[in-house]
Design a protein around this ligand. Structure first.
Ligand code: PRX
Length: 656
């Protein structure tokens, strides 16, 4: 296990009780209410979830069994029939919400659009019919590579409507990364846009799709649908490429939601792990619908008057669960923003809050740290009085950033929910319930009702209070990942075999270290595997190493994360060159560019350090712990007796 950061060891005693005026009106008003739910769920998780499933969702056909648990495989609401697009749209149309804003979109540069539930429903139905017209059937996988525009959500909901699992690929990934994913999923259709706006520039999405498909290198793809967004010139391949607006013309808006099996696949979403290839995390329909619905409702304490804004991209799980499915299933107004803070408009987030009267704001610690740098005069110059609740996600938040968020954005009135979860968990797992649980800066506090989280050693035994251990979950929950697409064996190995089963019970291992304090609060200490987090983006070090060694100049590479004040971590690559190459600034640039082309700009190394050798154990394993210390400029501490050649360390230090 890697060592925790200094800040996570620091004792943080400040306790912030939920503001009385917030609690009084909250869904869960006090600690007793949370505890009662938690205990009830713990005593009988199946009854707890079944009751909520009946209360909160519309089913076409009831389930026969709540949970079928054959570790590590869970089936929830067995033989129940449901459609998440129905729960997100149709059921609101018979209520006053029919004409409520479902999706508010603020685009760049200065565009905006609002879709009511009735309008969103209409667009989704039409687009579902467009896909059917292209021969897309239930079970066919659809790739979505889009900017943050309403069509991204429309495409997802339309896929869900006809039972075609979507596979959203973040628009910042390269053509190579897109191709790998399309091939892994054998996607039949790709939905994209001519381009997308990113920090005052256009991302050429369609061009990247063309590159991903060139020379028939993703042969499963039959059609490409293109939204016109940025109007720049693109090539359209006859027969394969179609404009969204052309095909949508005159198409019927009648498309009843397909009654799907609760366990039918809803989507695949790729995420990085400790081995080279990203894994396709599989989520299914009924359990995911229920869990994202209930967590959105209680954690964001939704009311019908809220304007809820989650700043994530739909290319990540946060966008899936907490921009699209969770909020819409609840009939909320969800805001989608195409832009990002940038030098030319550093106050744009605060403008959006002021313009729409945002009440709930959910963002990442890396963004908060960037805002701190930009200066508090920016938010102070805007009217943020509509805000009533704040949230964070994606990485540990350092107490200093938490306090700034609390004071400058929340004006000491708004509770902060620091939500811990993962692509794999589908929904938020450890979090304050804002009206009920007092917060401590830097702690995600307590598990959501129904989530039996624990901190254990490798034998699965709970570690004593205050000590670091592995974060695990003991009982299946409705939105847990079902498998790794096409590689069930990897699913078992990665998540279920690290920690020994206790009393025959398998434990889900999250890949994070954590400790629990005297109040039972969880403190997440970060990944214990070779996964790093750069600006909240999860990257596998081995993925970046594979990208580097695919360059002809590179013989061997080792990648580690170096602490960074704003981004959390920065990528540092130690590189051994092939004999014929010499270190140079040009090569440094070329290698960085190569990583961007292979994976995407999010993986660009901040530093490349050329070296003749890497510290290895006698059995040939790279000792990343030592490289991490070197990258951070720390003294090498701890055991180095397994190091094969001790002079390597001196050379690396000299090189720095
Ligand atoms: O290390 C944890 C960190 O992000 C990882 C999951 O990354 P991903 O699947 O990309 O999903 C991110 C958005 C849900 C976790 O294993 N992480 C996420 N939330 C927190 C966090 N670490 C500390 N505190 C959090 N609130």
């Amino acid at each position: 296990m890697t060592s925790p950061t200094i800040e996570s060891i620091l004792h943080e005693d400040r306790l912030f009780a939920p503001p009385a005026e917030f609690s009084e009106q909250a869904q869960l008003k006090n600690l007793e209410a949370y505890q009662a739910l938690y205990e009830r769920a713990k005593a009988d998780p199946e009854a707890f979830w079944a009751e909520l499933a009946e209360q909160e969702l519309d089913w076409f056909q009831p389930w026969e069994q709540v949970l079928d648990w054959q570790p590590p495989h869970a089936r929830w609401f067995v033989n129940g029939k449901i459609n998440i697009s129905y729960n997100c749209l149709d059921r609101h149309l018979t209520t006053w919400r029919r004409n409520k804003a479902a999706l508010i979109w603020e685009g760049e540069p200065g565009d905006s659009r609002t879709l009511t539930y009735a309008q969103l429903h209409r667009e989704v139905c039409q687009f579902a019919n467009v896909m059917k017209g292209l021969g897309v059937k239930k079970g066919d996988i659809v790739g979505i590579y889009m900017p943050m525009i309403p069509e991204a959500a429309i495409a997802m909901l339309a896929c869900a409507r006809i039972g075609a699992p979507h596979m959203v690929v973040f628009g910042g990934f390269s053509a190579e990364a897109l191709r790998d994913r399309l091939n892994d999923g054998k996607a039949k259709l790709v939905i994209t846009a001519d381009g997308g706006w990113r920090k005052d520039a256009i991302v050429p999405l369609k061009e990247q799709v063309d590159r991903a498909l060139e020379n028939n290198s993703a042969p499963s793809v039959e059609n490409v649908l293109v939204v016109q967004r940025t109007q720049q010139k693109i090539a359209m391949q006859p027969g394969r490429d179609h404009w969204w607006h052309d095909l949508q013309q005159g198409v019927s808006a009648n498309c009843p939601a397909e009654p799907l099996d609760s366990e039918d696949m809803l989507f695949i979403l790729y995420t990085s792990g400790s081995t080279g290839k990203p894994k396709g995390v599989v989520h299914t329909t009924g359990g995911y619908n229920l869990y994202t619905h209930v967590t959105t409702k209680w954690i964001f304490d939704l009311r019908d008057t809220d304007v809820y804004w989650c700043t994530a991209d739909v290319g990540w799980i946060t966008g899936h669960s907490y921009i699209v499915y969770g909020p819409l299933s609840n009939g909320a107004t969800t805001l989608m923003y195409e832009g990002a803070p940038r030098t030319s408009n550093p106050g744009c987030f605060w403008d959006v809050i002021e313009k729409y009267g945002v009440t709930i704001f959910y963002t990442a610690p890396t963004a908060i740290r960037a805002f701190i740098k930009m200066g508090e005069h920016l938010p102070n110059a805007r009217d943020l009085s509509s805000l009533r609740l704040l949230g964070t996600v994606g990485e540990p938040i350092n107490p200093a950033a938490w306090i700034w968020y609390h004071r400058i954005i929340g004006k000491e009135r708004c509770p902060i929910v620091d939500t811990w979860w993962q692509t794999e968990t589908g929904g938020i797992m450890i979090t304050p319930i804002p009206g009920a649980i007092a917060t401590k800066p830097g702690s995600a506090t307590r598990p959501f009702p129904g989530i039996l989280a624990d901190v254990v050693d490798l034998d699965g035994h709970p570690v004593p209070e205050g000590e670091g251990g592995y974060l695990v979950v003991r009982h299946p929950w409705p939105s847990m990942m079902r498998t790794v697409y096409g590689d069930d064996d990897r699913f078992r190995r990665t998540y279920w075999e690290h920690i020994a089963p206790v009393d025959g019970q398998s434990l889900y291992f999250a890949g994070d270290g954590a400790r629990r304090d005297q109040d039972g609060y969880f403190w997440i200490m970060g990944r214990v595997d070779d996964v790093i987090s750069v600006a909240g983006h999860r990257l596998g070090t081995m993925e970046i190493e594979s990208a580097l060694v695919s360059h002809p100049a590179v013989a061997e590479a080792a990648v580690v994360g170096k602490p960074d004040e704003v981004k959390g971590e920065e990528v540092v690559a130690f590189v051994i060159l092939e004999g014929a190459f010499l270190p140079s600034e040009d090569l440094d640039k070329a290698l960085k560019k190569h990583v961007v082309a292979e994976i995407g700009a999010l993986a660009r190394p901040g530093q490349i350090r050329f070296t003749d050798a890497l510290p290895k154990t006698r059995s040939g394993k790279i000792m990343r712990r030592l490289l991490r210390s070197l990258a951070a400029g720390e003294e090498i501490s701890g055991d180095t007796s397994t190091l094969e050649d001790r002079s390597v360390l001196d050379k690396l230090r000299e090189g720095a």
